[in-house]
Design a protein around this ligand. Structure first.
Ligand code: NDP
Length: 406
């Protein structure tokens, strides 16, 4: 492992930190707002964004005293404008409006838009040298090398929000980079952790949406059930910590108390523990390098067991696929992510069964390799082109995969 590509310089703090929330109406957005509401004097909200949830976004913008609110869908502009009438808050809509929100002069930007749609606005925040609290993992999966390179060149600080990476980030500070032997990401194992393969093949949408420990948006909840979430996180860790694939391990830890660990050369393992509540890593990023109140405390005496087990790549093939694309490199992770987004949306629409998610991703990867579309993205436009091609390949393959008995 070489140097950590995270800018280690804490942001210059005035008494008030200006913040922008990309994906303000979502699960991560709500947890961030909860923390901000508890310390209103420390934070000033510059901009907030959503996809289509204009009325909820306007209510948040008013309550938080934001200066700018943007929805991705232009069809929602009138609703947003009407809901903000008389508030003095500027309203905007469309892809460019999200980028404008990110470009506005906030010290700290929460990147919590779901999926590849986060790429342009998150990069816009990084390229003006902001502190970017990165919740969205697809950004790193789709264009990780490019994103980290541009963020470093702009002097941006990238802070990992994802609980496992935040835990690793915290644990890394216990030693020097050269002495790190491996990074361990923990996984809850999701609702199907102990299910036999046959039962997983029959899993329903309702069962997949029932995460045992975490309350999250639907896309990431399905990704947790398939363990694609952990696969995406391996790729995310590779970029965030400049770690080789073989230096990143996954351990299933159903209690979700230990979020990540770092093993050092001398045999010491440093871990971060906390309740399964995203307000803990968000609070760490919001106040970094200081600390603020986050969530309820752990009660150790009530914890009877903390268990760890190896992940099963046969029952959860998404993990294997993620490891393979990391080895393949180039545009393969972008294809994996794009195909997975199509597959998860189709599963949520009940157009495919649960095992078809991984099957569609694998088929799209094979088709992309055969067509030679796995080139390394050198620019955002390249990453988006690979993403676009992979999505249309996945859509084309969908009926064939859906009809397959798995
Ligand atoms: P949610 O689905 O709850 O919220 C997503 C947010 O992004 C909403 O504000 C939504 O707006 C907006 N959004 C969705 N699609 C688009 C789009 N195409 N263009 C612009 N805005 C869009 O997701 P989460 O908060 O759960 O997750 C956000 C990101 O954080 C994901 O990348 C996820 O992987 C990551 N993450 C989440 C964790 C969690 O615990 N939830 C943990 C770790 C990482 P609208 O309300 O209008 O739909």
């Amino acid at each position: 492992m070489s140097a950590v590509p995270l800018n280690p310089t804490p942001p210059a703090r005035t008494s008030e930190l200006s913040v922008t929330l990309l994906g303000a109406t979502g699960s991560i957005g709500s947890s961030t707002i909860d923390l901000i509401r508890r310390s209103r004097d420390r934070y000033r909200v510059e901009a907030v964004t959503a996809a289509r949830n204009a009325t909820a976004l306007a209510a948040l913008a008013r309550d938080l005293g934001a200066r700018f609110a943007a929805v991705a869908d232009p069809a929602c502009y009138d609703e947003l404008k009407a809901a903000l009438a008389g508030s003095g808050i500027a309203a905007a809509a469309g892809e460019e409006a999200l980028v404008e929100a990110a470009e506005r002069p906030a010290d700290w930007v929460m990147a919590a838009i779901t999926g590849a749609a986060s790429l342009k606005p998150t990069l816009a925040a990084a390229e003006r040298g902001a502190v970017v609290a990165l919740a969205n993992k697809e950004c790193l999966v789709c264009a990780g090398s490019l994103f980290m390179r541009r963020a470093a060149a702009a002097g941006a600080t990238v802070l990992p929000v994802d609980s496992e990476h935040n835990a690793v980030f915290q644990s890394l500070s216990a030693g020097t980079r050269a002495d790190v032997k491996r990074i361990i990401l923990t996984a809850s194992g999701g609702p199907f952790r102990s299910w036999p393969l046959e039962a997983i093949r029959q899993a329903t949408l309702e069962q997949a949406l029932k995460h045992p420990n975490w309350s999250m948006g639907p896309k990431i909840t399905i990704d947790s059930a398939s363990m694609m979430n952990k696969g995406l996180e391996i790729i995310e860790a590779h970029h965030l910590f400049d770690a080789a694939p073989e230096e990143i391990d996954v351990l299933v830890h159903p209690q979700s108390i230990v979020h990540g660990m770092v093993e050092f050369r001398d045999g010491s393992v440093v871990a971060q523990l906390g309740p399964p509540d995203m307000r803990v890593p968000i609070a760490h990023c919001l106040a970094w390098p200081a600390r603020i109140a986050g969530a309820n405390r752990l009660t150790f005496a009530q914890m009877t067991t903390l268990t760890f087990e190896e992940p099963d790549e046969v029952r959860f093939p998404a993990l294997r696929l993620a490891r393979e694309v990391l080895r393949t490199g180039q545009g393969a992770p972008t294809v994996l992510n794009a195909a997975n987004e199509i597959a998860v949306a189709a599963f949520i629409d009940r157009r495919i069964g649960f095992p078809h998610i991984a099957a569609l991703v694998e088929a799209t990867l094979e088709a992309s390799a055969a067509r030679g579309v796995l080139r390394e993205p050198e620019a955002i436009a390249d990453a988006l082109a690979v993403d676009h091609t992979a999505r249309s390949l996945a859509r084309d393959l969908l009926p064939e995969i859906a009809a397959k008995a798995i």
